[in-house]
Design a protein around this ligand. Structure first.
Ligand code: IPD
Length: 297
């Protein structure tokens, strides 16, 4: 039974990544990769099959039996290896579990990010597993199930996609930017008006384009890859953001609050970009859409 990092794995220092083949949370990281790949296989197979679809907070907030099955599989396997660890996971939260990030080692899991895509067989769907210790994100693993792309980021040790190092774009000029966003689950007229007007503001600032792909985590991975210059969203959750935050930071990017202040994982809002200049320009352009906090639901 393993309740934390192995003794011997505690020794190498994270400050010198080259000095360590492993690192203190190596065993956890390896398990996250294994489970993301295993979950990805299940999701890939289920994508083309009939699904039982239910709604959660709104008619656009969907869940299927596969979301639950994959979440149960990931958590039960992690609990077997790390019984003292804590979990924050999308479907558990939907069932009423509290989302509180304590100093204990905590897994932050989205079993299917892009459930609406999954329901429609739109092949932009991911598994997202983040891991935090002492309220600090240590690593993130995101698996793009249909393209079989594995994105990983470990604090102090870089970000990779299928073994290739990721690097964000260096763009600082909003009028040359490709910006990504997601709509979020609320569809009442006031929220939609704010959502559209935020998009309009960026287009008035002459951004090259604004894209919505239906998966926050994969949009954030595209940003980490340098395929887009910025991302913003109101209404995403800590399980959409945890793993991707490490990946973006390790690819050299900025992840912050829409106020321009430091990121608050529980605040249901984010701006991310390749450069601080770009993130600040986006933050200044946005009007806030209030989604409350994950840790107050
Ligand atoms: C959602 C997707 C969607 C975004 C939502 C997320 P889910 O995650 O990433 O694109 O707009 O805010 O919660 O429900 O598919 O895991």
């Amino acid at each position: 039974e393993v309740a934390g990092p192995r003794e011997d794995a505690m020794k190498p220092s994270l400050e010198d990544p080259a000095a360590s083949a492993g690192g203190p949370w190596e065993e956890c990281f390896e398990l996250a990769v294994q489970l993301a790949l295993r979950a990805g296989q299940i999701i890939r197979k289920a994508l083309s099959e009939e699904k039982q679809v239910s709604t959660k907070t709104s008619a656009a907030d969907l869940v299927t039996e596969t979301d639950q099955l994959v979440e149960d599989l990931i958590i039960s396997e992690m609990q077997k290896r790390f019984p003292s660890h804590r979990f924050i996971a999308e479907e558990a939260a939907a069932a009423g579990a509290k989302c509180v990030l304590t100093p204990s080692p905590t897994w932050i899991i989205d079993p299917i990010d892009g459930t609406c895509n999954f329901v429609h067989r739109f092949p932009t769907v991911a598994v997202s597993i983040g891991f935090a210790v002492n309220q600090e994100l240590e690593f993130g693993v995101i698996y793009h199930c249909t393209e079989e792309r594995l994105y990983t980021g470990r604090r102090g040790r870089g970000a990779f996609c299928n073994g290739q190092r990721l690097q964000v774009s260096g763009e600082t000029d909003l009028s040359k930017a490709l910006v990504l966003t997601e709509i979020g689950p609320k569809r009442d007229p006031a929220t939609l008006k704010l959502f559209l007007s935020n998009m309009e503001r960026l287009l008035h600032a002459k951004a090259h384009g604004v894209r919505v792909i239906g998966s926050s985590t994969l949009a954030l991975c595209l940003l980490a890859s340098g395929a887009a210059d910025a991302y913003y969203q109101f209404g995403l959750h800590c399980w959409d953001l945890a793993a991707a935050t490490v990946i973006i930071r390790e690819a050299g990017g900025i992840v912050m609050d829409t106020s321009g202040g430091p990121l608050d994982l529980m605040s249901c809002r984010v701006v991310a970009a390749g450069t601080r200049e770009m993130a600040t320009l986006i933050a200044q352009a946005l009007q806030t859409i209030n989604y409350g906090r994950d840790d107050e639901k």
